[in-house]
Design a protein around this ligand. Sequence first.
Ligand SMILES: [Zn+2]
Length: 161
Amino acid sequence: MQDANRITEQAPKFAADRMLVRLARWLRLMGADVVCDPALSGAALLRLARQEGRPLLTRDKRLRTAPDVFYIEPHLFRDQIREVMAYYPFDPYRFAFTRCSICNHLLKQVPRSAVARSIPPFVYAAHQNFALCEQCNRIHWSASHVERAMREIEALRPDRP
Ligand SMILES: [Zn+2]
């Protein structure tokens, strides 16, 4: 059963510990705002998460009973996504492709013609929508792996009939 009241209107915000880098990248692909800095200690990350009102996603068992912490038991990232989506439901279609999966900065949509010289010709030929991360200077495109990810995520949604 779909619990529409819990589906957020805003892209959700999280902090994720260094054990969850892959999960963090997937959540960013889905549009979530995820702070994940392996250079931060666990205590520093928890402090930052609380300051910014971000639930901390962690695999650290010592934190499992702490408030504002979501302990992630599964090892496989697909199971991890399923758990996060079950507890913090949001619409990945609505927010996908808005955030850099590598550094979490917001993406800026750029005209296709503007990136022609910066990307491989086969990528240019195959895609229409491009975006630039002004933080790390990567060019992102709405690649087939994002679409595949969305299909997979759709299949994982716990509210699926
Ligand atoms: Zn970036």
